[in-house]
Ligand binder design. Structure first.
Ligand code: GLU
Length: 326
């Protein structure tokens, strides 16, 4: 399932973060759409542990291409620091890296791998799926429009999205926790109609430009890894090592969220009354997370350095973490 890479383009644009070196790097890449909850903090801790126990740098990247809530980034960074997590170099922000995304799209376009898509979300849902296409794959409606059809559609919709003309329906990645994982690849969106670079493109361009060779994140993104790895391969970029870690679930068995009550540090501090200082809340959260990862005993004082000394990926619980515990 290997794809020939495009002719080598310019070297990936250097990020605003630390320069690329041979150490490799891991990262945490939150979207600043609100406060981090315990599940996000657990994923951040795991990303830090994976990086720090394998001699890698650890980078923080704010994925602020959309879903930005004012003040959220500052609070997210403060919460990460309050747990004792540190990172190397300045925080990078996707909103400042558009040139790298444009350059990647231009390179794909020059190779004939980009087309305009005029479909609305509704049209995609209603369209019959293409033969042999996996569920949820883009049905290919706009893939082979003639020039005349494109002109006609542009008159109705002047802001088409850009899609990748994918040459594979699936791709296999290797995950430290899940082993070989094969997932769907389709004609994914590269740039949305409003001009925003798509997450799948931005993540691939940034991970390579920042020298990130280890991607640790929630396992809700495992199914996105094959299309990201495929895109990286097309662009001639290295595919990182993946570790998709179990998510935190709320009492209803759905992904932990604000609706589940006090799940952010700020809400936990409020919920526990005036006695709880931010430091005490952070210490409680770190200890709760460490116990959930079987890296500490309940009641044991915890610090991230000690967790680093105890961490072993092979001993990581693979089932989701239910919070609050029943
Ligand atoms: N920004 C994404 C999120 O907060 C994570 C993307 C990634 O780690 O690749 O869900």
């Amino acid at each position: 399932m290997t794809e020939p890479a495009l002719p080598a383009g310019p070297a990936p644009a250097p990020s605003s973060g630390p320069h690329r070196d041979d150490e490799g790097a891991g990262r945490f890449a939150p979207s600043p759409s609100g406060d981090l909850h315990l599940g996000n903090l657990r994923t951040a801790l795991l990303a830090w542990l994976f990086a720090r126990t394998t001699g890698r740098r650890f980078l923080l990247r704010v994925e602020d291409l959309d879903r930005v809530r004012p003040g959220a980034e500052d609070r997210q960074l403060a919460d990460l620091r309050s747990l004792g997590l540190d990172w190397d170099g300045p925080v990078s922000r996707q909103s400042q890296r558009r040139a790298g995304y444009d350059e990647a799209i231009d390179r794909l376009d020059a190779a004939g791998l980009v087309y305009e898509c005029f479909c609305t979300r509704k049209e995609i849902l209603r369209a019959p799926s293409a033969p042999h296409a996996p569920d949820g794959a883009y049905p290919g409606t706009c893939r082979d429009l003639t020039a005349a059809e494109r002109t006609e559609r542009r008159a109705v919709r002047s802001d088409p999205a850009l899609r990748l003309r994918a040459g594979a329906a699936g791709f296999t990645v290797t995950d430290v926790l899940h082993g070989e994982y094969t997932g769907m690849v389709d004609d994914l969106v590269l740039r949305r109609g409003d001009g925003t670079p798509a997450y799948n493109l931005a993540v691939v361009v940034d991970d390579a430009a920042q020298g990130i060779d280890q991607v640790v994140r929630g396992d809700d993104l495992l199914s996105s890894a094959p299309r990201q790895a495929y895109l990286a391969t097309l662009l001639g970029l290295p595919v990182p090592e993946y570790a998709h870690v179990p998510l935190a679930l709320g009492p209803q068995g759905k992904r932990l969220a604000k609706r589940d009550g006090a799940v952010t540090l700020a809400d936990l501090a409020d919920a526990s009354g005036t006695a709880a200082t931010p430091e005490a809340t952070a210490a409680w959260a770190l200890s709760t997370i460490a116990v959930s990862l079987r890296l500490a005993e309940p009641g044991e004082p915890v610090a991230v350095e000690m967790l680093r000394d105890r961490f072993s990926p092979a001993a990581l619980p693979l089932e989701p973490w239910v919070y609050p515990p029943a």
